[in-house]
Design a protein around this ligand. Structure first.
Ligand code: CA2
Length: 152
């Protein structure tokens, strides 16, 4: 049987994590984020698939690739959070739960970051917890899908 996995998607400019704006986003890199996700899920015998893109359509395609096979999704759509009906529509088709993550506290920032096209279709939203938010999101997905992750 194929390995159970959580899909972790990161949107535009998150490939620059750890290289600038450390006061907002911290000093950890995207590789650190993906390692944290792998360690967190791995402790439950769950794998991860990761994808980062600066292109909206590529993120839509990643959702479509894993929409029926992932246990759940952790998504930081970055700026597309505030603009993308296309990513929302794709995520509305996934079989498992969605956790939305933002490293910074978007509600303490500019007004345009306060609205998300994803929050109302997400099972949960984690903001302002730094990269630890990804760990919290995976822990929550494990809880929400424990009935499925016990099948083996
Ligand atoms: O706080 C978050 O995680 C955001 O999703 C990050 C997005 C921003 O547009 C959202 O409003 C909130 C921006 C990601 C840019 O990441 C960078 C990291 C380091 C250096 C430059 C950009």
């Amino acid at each position: 049987m194929p390995e159970k996995f959580i899909a972790v998607l990161n949107g535009p400019n998150l490939n620059l994590l750890g290289t600038r704006q450390p006061l907002i986003y911290g000093s950890d890199t995207l590789a650190d984020v993906e390692r944290l996700c792998a360690e967190t899920a791995g402790a439950y015998g769950i794998g991860i698939e990761t994808f980062q893109s600066n292109h909206e359509g590529e993120l839509v395609e990643a959702v479509q690739r894993w929409r029926t096979t992932a246990l759940g999704f952790v998504v930081n759509a970055a700026a597309y959070t505030h603009t993308s009906v296309a990513i929302r529509d794709a995520l509305a088709t996934i079989d498992g739960p969605l956790m939305e993550v933002h490293i910074s506290n978007v509600h303490a920032r500019e007004e345009f970051r306060h609205h998300s096209y994803l929050s109302d279709i997400a099972s949960g939203v984690i903001v302002g917890c730094g990269i630890e938010g990804y760990r919290f999101a995976i822990e929550r997905l494990v809880t929400l899908t424990s009935h499925r992750s016990q099948d083996a």
